[in-house]
Design a protein around this ligand. Sequence first.
Ligand code: HEC
Length: 111
Amino acid sequence: MFKISFRRISKAAALAALILPFQFSPALAASKAAQGRQVYNTYCVLCHGSNMVNAGSNAPDLRKFPKSQKARFVKSVKNGKGQGKMPAWGDILSAEDINKIWSYVKTRGKI
Ligand code: HEC
């Protein structure tokens, strides 16, 4: 009566393994942005401000950076801009880190 079918459990586990990644993908995206926020808070916050709200430096408001221009974002972050006013991060941040910051920038600081 209390016999548990191993076969049934392993079937359920296999099904869960198939379905869960799809169910949690928005959460995964959120965690990518959250990780980006951490990288941002380490390297960018000084000039671009907490939650991307500029606290008076000459750095542009990243909440207004066009979401359609990821390539420009990556290029500017890697190579810097404005003769050193915006530092180049290519030697410091990995492509993955820059991608994470991009996920955060797309939230407009609202996480
Ligand atoms: C030392 C201050 C400083 C730091 C730190 C800094 N920035 Fe900037 N950033 C600037 C300034 C100043 C500009 C404007 C440069 C210009 O257009 O002349 C800028 C511009 C930008 C732009 C716009 C580039 C474009 O194509 O218009 C992006 C995107 C950017 N920064 C992202 C970042 C990210 C991401 C980080 C962290 C990895 C970061 N910045 C760290 C000062 C800084």
